[in-house]
Design a protein around this ligand. Structure first.
Ligand SMILES: Cc1ncc(C[n+]2csc(CCOP(=O)(O)OP(=O)(O)O)c2C)c(N)n1
Ligand SMILES: [Mg+2]
Length: 413
């Protein structure tokens, strides 16, 4: 990693400029040049890694379900009612139930593939519930919890994974873009959309989801540059689930991911991605910054992918069970349940009713998937060009001949 030699010529900064290490985890605080902070951050994170500790993160609920004070972010959840807290819990439970059903459906041959969000419910529900109706969301392929918050019917998410449609929902119906498999590319779409919002003079904001692995993509770096320079109203929400298929986060960056923002000139924050309240508060803060014309923010939600990358993956090939066990103790749903129980915000009746609702959702999803009609085999050639195209016509004819060859074989026996 190269370090900026010009930093040596700069005067020593005061203690107030200690950015990016401990104390504040908002990467740009007090260090407009970013260079010294970046070196310190790199030293700090290497030292942290040696000691097996990680830099501070924003947390409002401990894994034991205790509410802890936070001077900067408490205000963003100060008015939350018991009903809304139960709502966040319900969102997480139903999303997990839906996800489990989709995984089972893949195993039963009803879906071609599934990318589970298990373990990431708080990051997705907290950030998703922070968005406003007129905001626009650009997801990857794992944001089932965010889709839920935006009002996309869960069964619509499954059509693409069953291979019966090319996406499954109208992005403009809920301001929730189609799932994007090309890693990181949606951050560019989000940045362009956000620049458009500024040109329209609107006060809505954009949130782009991506992973720790995606943070290494050139598209993401370009998005950071453009959004910073154009002061675009976009929140970059990175779910650091510790793995990019079989590659651990250490292979993506020499500094904690949220500190990347510093070099681009906008703030970065690391939040406990298993704490739904903290994710809600930090994302609200970042979206408000965007609306107020203060430009982009990078939020790193520090979480864990409890399951396989997708149903095609076998994580036992590259990681041990101890790691998962350590994260199970930080389960996002369990900690909110503990808090709800300890503060008498939910009783047995609430949990029992939710259990029934979960089972009903599982049944509804299963039945809907099985009932999805297969598309016409030739539909894949439609909607590529408005007026037809010689190459597509040729491919359609080849495909027709291929299909017909089965009919011949059947007839010949
Ligand atoms: C441009 C591009 N390169 C490679 C891939 C293959 N690929 C699919 S998922 C993935 C890992 C992504 O990891 P991360 O960004 O951490 O997201 P996560 O799956 O952990 O949510 C890769 C490399 C791809 N889809 N697109
Ligand atoms: Mg990842």
């Amino acid at each position: 990693m190269t370090v900026d030699s010009s930093a040596a010529r700069k005067p020593r900064r005061s203690a107030a400029g200690k950015a990016g290490t401990t104390g504040s985890n908002t990467g740009t605080t007090g260090d407009p040049t970013g260079t010294t902070g970046t070196k310190r951050a790199a030293r700090g994170s290497r030292a942290a890694a040696r000691k097996g500790t990680e830099p501070e993160l924003v947390q409002l609920l401990t894994p034991e379900g205790k509410r802890v004070k936070n001077a900067e972010y408490d205000a963003y959840v100060a008015g939350i009612t018991p009903d809304e807290l139960r709502g966040l819990y319900r969102d997480m439970v139903l999303t997990r139930r839906f996800d489990a059903e989709a995984t089972a459906l893949q195993r039963q041959g009803e879906l071609g593939l599934w990318a589970s969000l298990l373990g990431q419910e708080a990051a997705q529900i907290g950030s998703g519930r922070a968005t406003r109706e007129d905001d626009y969301v650009f997801p990857t392929y794992r944001e089932h919890g965010v889709a839920w918050c935006r009002g996309v019917d869960p069964t619509n998410l499954l059509g693409m994974f069953r291979g019966v449609n090319n996406g499954g929902w109208d992005p403009n119906g809920n301001n929730f873009h189609l799932y994007t498999i090309v890693i990181g590319s949606q951050t560019l779409h989000a940045t362009g959309y956000a620049m458009g919002i500024t040109k329209d003079g609107a006060d809505s904001a954009v949130i782009a989801y991506f992973g720790d692995g995606a943070s290494s993509q050139g598209d993401v770096a370009e998005s950071f540059t453009f959004s910073a320079v154009y002061n675009a109203p976009v929140v970059f929400f990175c779910q650091n689930n510790q793995w990019a298929i079989s590659e651990p986060t250490e292979k993506q960056s020499r500094v904690p991911l949220y500190q990347r923002a510093q070099g681009f000139g906008f703030p970065g924050v690391r939040v406990d991605g298993n704490d739904v309240l903290a994710c809600l508060a930090v994302t609200k803060w970042a979206l408000e910054r965007a609306r107020a014309g203060e430009g982009p923010t990078l939020v790193e939600a520090f979480t864990y992918r409890m399951g396989a990358h997708t149903t095609s993956d076998d994580p036992s090939r590259y990681r041990g069970d101890e790691e998962r066990a350590a994260w199970e103790a930080k389960d996002p749903i369990l900690r909110l349940r503990r808090y709800l129980e300890a503060s008498n915000h939910a009783d047995e009746g609430f949990f029992a009713e939710l259990e029934e609702e979960s089972e009903a959702l599982g049944r509804r999803v299963r039945e809907a998937v099985r009932a999805m009609p297969d598309p016409d085999r030739f539909a894949i050639f439609e909607n590529v060009y408005a007026d037809g195209h010689a190459l597509v016509d040729e491919e359609r004819a080849q495909f027709a001949a291929y299909q017909a060859s089965f009919a011949d074989a059947e007839g010949g026996h």
